[in-house]
Each structure stands twice: as C-alpha cells, then as structure tokens.
Design a binder for this molecule. Structure first.
Ligand code: ATP
Ligand code: MG
Length: 571
C-alpha cells in the first residue's frame, strides 16, 4: 500500500476525550473514530490489525478442532426467556421489536443461540464432543462505555461453545481452550496472567480469566507471592481475620458534630479505622438493606449480590432520601441499632470488640458497641474485598494486587443452558442425558487495545510483528529526488514479492512529518531511503528500538528475517 493513497488520518494533538493511552493512540494513529458513545468506526489500519488478531484466534481454534460458525446478531427474545436471561441481563441488553411487534435483542453473547442450534440437531453420544465458535459483533449497552475499544457497546468477540456428554469431557474441552488461549495471547505478544474468575451472569462452576497486564487496567487481581493462586479481586476469598481479647465495655453515646466519614471519625476519635464498623445502606430491587463491615475494609459487592440473590443492575447505593428515611438521620450517622431493615453482617464484625458505630441520630455515634450485646444482624460470611498483605486463601502466603484488562475467559457451564433449553442426547444405553457445556470468549477488539496499552512509547504505537498492520514501512525521505523515489518503489515491489506487507511513504511531505507518522502508526520495521539512495544504501531501524543500520539494499532481507526470528513470527 502506498501512503499517498492510504486513508490514515493521523492527529498531532492528544484528543481530550481519551484518557487511556490505547484510546488516544487509536484516535491519533487514524485507526478509529467515534460514532457515538461506545460505538466506533474502524478505519483501514485498525481493520488490518483486527484481521491479524482474528487469524491468530482462528488458527488456534481450528487447531483444537473447534469449528467456525456464524450466528445472527439479531436474536428472538423467546430463547432468552427460556433461560431467564431476558430479565437477568437487564439494561445491558439492546432490545428491539420487528414490524409485528415481536421482541428481539442484539446478542450480547450467544449461549442460547448455540444451544438452540444443537438441541434441534444433535441426537446421539456419537456426535459428541463438539466444539463450535464464531467471531462476531456483540452488543451490550454498558453502564459506563469508556476507554475506546476496551469497553464498547458494540465490539468483536470470539465466542466458542463446547458440548460434551459428561463433566469429564467438559473439563478436557476447558483445558484445550485454556492452552489455545495461552497460544493466542502469547502470539499477540501480550504479557498476561490467568486468574480465577467469577462465573457471574453466565452461571456454571469453574471459570478463568485471561488478564492482559496494565497499571491502569479495569480489572484488579490478587495473586499469591508463594503459590500459584491468582483470582480477580471480586472472586477472591478474603482471609482477613480478627482476634481481640479486649473486655466488653459499656456502650456510650458520643456527640460527633459534622463527623461523618471514616477519615473524619479516625481524626475525631484518634483511633485507627479498624475500631469502626461501617454501616452501608443499599437498595436491592424493592428492598433497602444495611451491610456491616469493619471500618478499615471495602465491601465486595459481588459477594453481597450472591447473598441477596440479585443482579448487579438491581442494586445501588441508597440515595440520600432513603438513608434519611431508614436511619432518621443525615447521611454519615447510620448504624445498626434500631434499624428496621435487613442487616447483613460480615463474619469479622462479631469478633470485633468495643467498636464505634453510627447512632442513627444526626451528629451522634456510639462507642464501645459490641455485636451480640448492643446490636446484631444476619452474619453471612465473607463480604470483604481482598487487599494486598491479606493471607492467600490457598496457602496462607502473602497476597499482592495488580491490574489488567480481561481479554478472554473460559467457563464451565455444566448443564445450566442445556437444562433450560432441553438440549439432550441419547447415551450409550439409549438413555436421554443433558449435554454438558462450556463457553469461552475472547474480546478481539479489546485485545487490540490491550496490545497498544503494552506496546507504546511517547511517539506512538510499537506493534509486535505478529499483529502489525504492515511489517515494513519504507519512507522516501525526499520524494522530489528521483533516485530516492525510484529506489523506494523498487524495494516496495521486491519486498512485497517476498510475501511481506509493505507500506511505502511516497507522499510529497516533509521528512519530519513522514517520520512522525511512521512512529505513530508503529510499523515494526522501518526503511528510510535517503541521501545514499544512489549507492543503494538505506537506513533500517526497528520501531521497538536498537541501532540504526546503514546497509546495502541486498542485505535488507537478512535483517528482516532476523527480526522475524527474534519476534518468533514465521515469514
Ligand atoms: P467485563 O467484566 O470486562 O465486563 P465480561 O465478563 O462481561 O467482561 P464476557 O461476557 O465474558 O465479558 O465476554 C467475553 C470477552 O469479551 C471478555 O473477556 C472481554 O475481553 C470482551 N468484552 C466484554 N465486554 C466488552 C466490551 N464492552 N467491550 C469490549 N470487549 C468486551
Ligand atoms: Mg461485562
């Protein structure tokens, strides 16, 4: 491709709307443009990268005998009603009607549609195991679409579904996907960790997430410094424990004018945050509930959802009016005593002694309050978010925290969908059995963004060769000089003939502009054809760094081959 014809509208300025580096660079490198919040137009350069990632995914799926299908994004509501997810998905699902007023959604994921296909086609154990996948556009009306391609409302996903006759088969399929995903993300050049995930709205038992590491990633993970334990913060059991041998004292009411937050209370009472019990008030569906946790810790909402049996979209922090109504006090003075609503208690609270709690009266707290003596509730186990320095739930070692973006996940679904949709087969004894399923996603467009997050510098993107939109960029330094233009053209044709993907910057632009663009769009191998063109000498430089080589044109191929070898990519 010649730059003079190629549509790459690069931008010099950092767009104000973009916080994340990948989002900024995708816009600046002329790869995407926003259509509307969370919905993007992919320009030629990003389409090339997406296709590269898709090819890697396809090759690794095909290698484990998963077979590509393509389902419609337009899905009838009936299937989703059969599994209950028409309601469970809540506002994240894009819904629409046809001219006959029949309800549809734009598929946010396709368990229902694949299971529906199979239930009508598959009859016998002889047809199992089966693994199908698609690479397709998904639609989710995300609460907070943001960070460019990281969290869009329309995005490209690879979703695979495995069908087995028993749990054991499902686990084999799970392991195969695990290994295929490792290959995919390694080939994309990503630095990633595999962590235990929560199965959330997907249902089922085991699940793992593939997290591309990034300091500013949306997902926080906890990992053990002594063993192989790693999980998303939401999923991780929290091993924080409390031992107090203080003697129980008499509770006292204390005037705390305008002292509301934990920080203000810590300063006012001059004690540490673990002397407090926080009373948090939430709305869960039609109910208002209170939650008690140690004052120095954060609530893990996911653990609470499970106890309450609600979905995330049915849950919110109570507004000021509700807090006032249930506590008879201003916000900041809520406590468990006298509350007429359900009170869920983290398992550590009963072990705490002589704590400070809100008094449900504006400007007052109680000190020396004790669970079982002065207040109580429903103790529901662990409700805390894991933190660095907690003990590892597996081996007791030290936990550390890190961040990243979830680029893929694998789920053992079991029979959740086959049961709901009655997808069965006849086993060896002619007995009808439920198909045992797995569901396995890769965020293809998110992967593209995650790669940029890991591969960039102050000048732009640094594509790994495996996913680069082009392997080589040839910059004609002064396109008015005939010999430079001619050599540029010749190299362009020669390298293309060798099977390389080459971009020729033949534009009648200043050298500085061309170099800046080449850096910004991040093509891995750069050849500058300049002053020494007449002697057949060019400059070769790798975008990832290293020395600038001044070499004869007949040495170019060996330099390129070495770079492919170095990056472990076959030419
Ligand atoms: P998240 O926790 O980030 O919302 P999820 O658990 O909802 O992800 P899945 O339903 O498992 O995600 O989807 C499979 C993959 O699709 C994810 O691993 C992720 O890479 C990608 N993905 C999910 N939501 C989005 C989105 N809004 N934009 C881009 N990619 C997404
Ligand atoms: Mg999600």
């Amino acid at each position: 491709m010649k730059m003079s014809k190629f549509y790459v509208p690069t931008l010099r300025e950092v767009p104000a709307e973009a916080e994340l580096i990948s989002h900024q660079l995708l816009l600046r490198a002329g790869m995407i443009r926003k259509l509307v919040s969370g919905v993007y137009t992919y320009l030629p350069l990003s389409v090339r990268v997406l296709k590269k990632i898709e090819t890697i995914v396809r090759e690794e799926m095909d290698a484990i005998d998963s077979q590509e299908c393509l389902m419609s994004a337009l899905c009838p509501s009936e299937l989703w009603k059969e599994t209950g997810r028409w309601d469970d998905f809540g506002p994240e699902m894009f819904r629409l009607h046809d001219r006959h007023n029949r309800e549809f959604c734009l598929g946010p994921t396709h368990e229902e549609v694949f299971t529906n296909l199979i239930r009508h086609e598959l009859k016998s154990y002889k047809q199992l195991p089966l693994s199908l996948y698609q690479i397709q556009t998904k639609f989710r009306d995300e609460k907070r679409p943001r960070f460019g391609l990281m969290r869009g409302r329309e995005f490209t996903m690879k979703d695979a579904y495995t069908f087995d006759k028993d749990e054991e088969g499902m686990k084999v399929a799970y392991q195969q996907m695990w290994e295929a995903y490792e290959k995919v993300f390694n080939r994309c050049g990503l630095n990633f960790k595999i962590v235990e995930g929560d199965s959330g709205a997907m249902g089922g038992s085991d699940s793992h997430e593939f997290i591309a590491m990034s300091e500013v990633g949306e997902t926080q993970i906890a990992y053990c410094t002594s063993c192989d334990y790693a999980a998303t913060d939401e999923k991780a059991a929290c091993k924080y424990d409390i031992h107090s041998d203080e003697t129980v004292q008499n509770m006292e009411k204390v005037s705390t004018p305008q002292v509301k937050t934990i920080d203000e209370l810590v300063a006012f009472f001059n004690v540490s945050a673990d002397t407090f019990v926080k009373t948090l008030i939430f709305k869960a569906k039609e109910d208002v509930v209170a939650v008690l946790i140690p004052g120095n810790r954060e609530l893990n909402e996911l653990k609470l959802f499970k106890h309450l049996g609600v979905q995330e979209h049915d849950f919110e922090i109570a507004d000021e009016a509700t807090v006032k109504e249930v506590t008879n006090a201003e916000v900041g003075f809520a406590g468990p005593i006298g509350l007429k609503i359900r009170i869920l208690v983290d398992e550590r609270v009963p072990k705490m002694r002589n704590v400070i709690i809100g008094a449900n009266e504006t400007d007052f707290h109680f000190k020396n309050a004790n669970y079982g003596v002065d207040f109580q509730g429903e103790v529901v186990g662990d409700l805390l978010m894991i933190e660095a320095s907690d003990a590892c739930p597996k081996c007791g070692g030290k936990i550390e925290m890190d961040r990243g973006n979830e680029v893929g996940n694998i789920f053992q679904l079991g029979t959740k969908y086959s049961k709901a949709l009655n997808a069965t087969f006849l086993d060896e004894n002619g007995k009808e059995q439920l198909i045992v399923m797995g569901s396995h996603g890769i965020g293809v467009s998110r992967t593209l963004a995650a790669i940029i997050e890991q591969y960039n510098d102050e000048n732009g993107i640094i594509w790994p060769l495996s996913v680069a939109p082009f392997h080589v960029i040839i910059t004609v330094v002064n396109s008015k000089k005939e010999e430079q233009q001619a050599l540029g053209e010749k190299l362009y044709h020669d390298l293309k003939a060798k099977g390389l993907e080459v971009l020729l910057d033949d534009r009648n632009e200043r050298a500085g502009v061309k170099f800046k663009d080449a850096e910004l769009i991040g093509i891995p191998i750069r050849i500058n054809v300049g002053r020494e063109a007449e002697e057949n000498i060019v400059e070769v430089k790798m975008r990832r760094g290293g020395d600038v080589l001044n070499i004869k044109t007949d040495e170019i191929m060996s330099v390129i081959e070495k770079e492919f070898e170095f990056q472990n990519v076959s030419l």
